[in-house]
Design a protein around this ligand. Structure first.
Ligand code: 13P
Length: 252
């Protein structure tokens, strides 16, 4: 990773942790992170635990991100959550376009294109997730998929804000499978994503933080995080264990 970019290690808790469980996890995590420096750390709890986690992490190095957000500031969108509702409770950022939301909840590139500028305008750091399926990789369509997602989803982000966002490359075949991308696969895809951002704004692309996600654990984190274009990790399963997540942060 480049010394110009501060690494970000983010834990996506997905639909895990009640408020009581989240309090236990953060109570174990904060002391484990007390000696770490030079790395940004984020947790992404379920909506209902956001406020409790903002309060529990106050004064620590841990920032709190949501897992999704609607593009409208308010309105008749049953079951959705708006950016001002997130900033009101002190949330710092938001995951957008996780493959589970795209695959299971029909989230489209069109919706994501609307969400990204709204998140940036609200002062939330967006973490846009992109990645190919196993079939797409086998067919040789990885770059085509990444190009499509990056170009469509960032379509309404002004060039001068491209450096403020985070993009997580999460190959779908590596999520929750234990089958991590090889360092060559991760660097190739993430270098390609940086080149796509650079096509629009070369100076901004040097600031954009690009994360790898998919079966990251304490044993493989250091090798992935040492890659030149990899600026951090988006961690699922291993972020639910304080010791494992702290070990990954220490590798960052
Ligand atoms: P795992 O680390 O459990 O593979 O999940 C990755 C992920 O989806 C993070 O957003």
């Amino acid at each position: 990773m480049s010394s110009a970019r501060i690494p970000l290690i983010a834990g996506n808790w997905k639909m895990h942790e009640t408020i009581a469980e989240a309090e236990q996890l953060i109570a174990a995590l904060l002391p484990a992170l007390s000696t770490v420096s030079g790395v940004d750390v984020a947790i992404c709890p379920p909506f209902l635990a956001l406020q409790a986690m903002v309060e529990s992490t106050r004064g620590s190095r841990v920032q709190v991100y949501a897992q999704n957000m609607h593009h409208a500031p308010e309105g008749a969108y049953t079951g959705e959550v708006a950016a001002p509702m997130l900033t009101e409770v002190g949330v710092h950022g938001v995951l957008l376009g996780h493959s589970e939301r795209r695959e299971m909840f029909g989230e489209s590139d069109r919706e994501l294109a609307q969400k990204l500028p709204v998140a940036l305008d609200a002062g939330l750091t967006p973490v846009l997730c992109v990645g190919e399926t196993e079939d797409e990789r086998e067919r040789g369509d990885t770059e085509r998929k990444l190009r499509h997602q990056v170009q469509e989803d960032l379509a309404h982000v002004p060039d001068d804000q491209l450096g403020d966002l985070v993009i997580a490359y999460e190959p779908i075949w590596a999520i929750g499978t234990g089958q991590v991308a090889t360092p060559e696969q991760a660097e190739e895809a993430i270098g390609f994503i940086r080149a796509l951002v650079a096509d629009r704004a070369p100076e901004q692309a040097e600031r954009t933080r690009l994360l790898y996600g998919g079966s990251v654990n304490p044993d493989n984190a250091a090798e992935l995080l040492a890659l030149p274009d990899v600026d951090g990790a988006l961690v699922g399963g291993a972020s639910l264990d304080a010791t494992s997540f702290a070990a990954i942060v220490a590798a960052g």
